[in-house]
Ligand binder design. Structure first.
Ligand code: NI
Length: 192
């Protein structure tokens, strides 16, 4: 099932998501739906709050970046209750976008490496280190779990420049090929 994606201005994007409980019903179905939603909108990452569900789950499919980083060819992962334990390495700049903020891309600085612990859908715990594009996507999605958007992290000047565009998005003045939910809860089906 493909969910509509909440866009900028929706309160769910600013909430701190709650930890997923072990008895969360049909977690596998939810995870599959998150992947399906992400793929249908050509995203490389999606956090549950973006589909209106304030739970600490993110999915990542970094395979579109395999041309730049061959190791990402099969990088398709779900992170449940993730905790970034350490951010390290150089701070690097990368041009980010977000399915919840259509048609805006901005340079964002983040550390190039992370150490993260998380659970898989069977609640097996992992602790892993990521770098490069994988670390970039995970940090972006992880921020969604704490109500942080990439546009919060740009320079004061860039914030000023994009302010009007963000207001326009919150009012539904944008075109995307996937279904969205506006701050007033309307579910839209838009075509390119
Ligand atoms: Ni995002």
């Amino acid at each position: 099932m493909i969910y509509p994606v909440a866009v900028y201005g929706h309160t769910v994007l600013r909430k701190k998501a709650i930890p997923v409980k072990k008895d969360f019903p049909d977690l596998d179905v939810l995870v599959n739906n998150l992947f399906e939603t992400m793929h249908s909108s050509d995203g490389v990452g999606l956090a549950a709050p973006q589909v209106g569900l304030s739970q600490r789950i993110i999915v990542v499919d970094a395979s579109p970046f395999a041309e730049d980083e061959p190791a990402l060819e099969n990088f398709r992962k779900v992170f449940i209750n993730p905790v970034i334990e350490k951010r390290f390495g150089d701070v690097v700049t990368f041009n980010e976008g977000c399915l919840s903020i259509p048609n805006i891309r901005e340079d964002v600085n983040r550390p190039e490496k992370i150490k993260i612990s998380y659970f898989d859908p069977e609640f097996k715990r992992y602790s892993e280190t990521y770098e490069g594009i994988a670390a970039r996507i995970i940090q972006h999605e992880y921020d969604h779990l704490d109500g942080i958007l990439f546009t919060d992290l740009v320079s004061p000047l860039r914030k000023k420049i994009i302010a009007k565009k963000l207001i326009a998005i919150s009012k539904g003045k944008f075109e995307v090929s996937y279904k969205t939910i506006l701050p007033n809860q309307r579910v839209l089906q838009r075509q390119k």
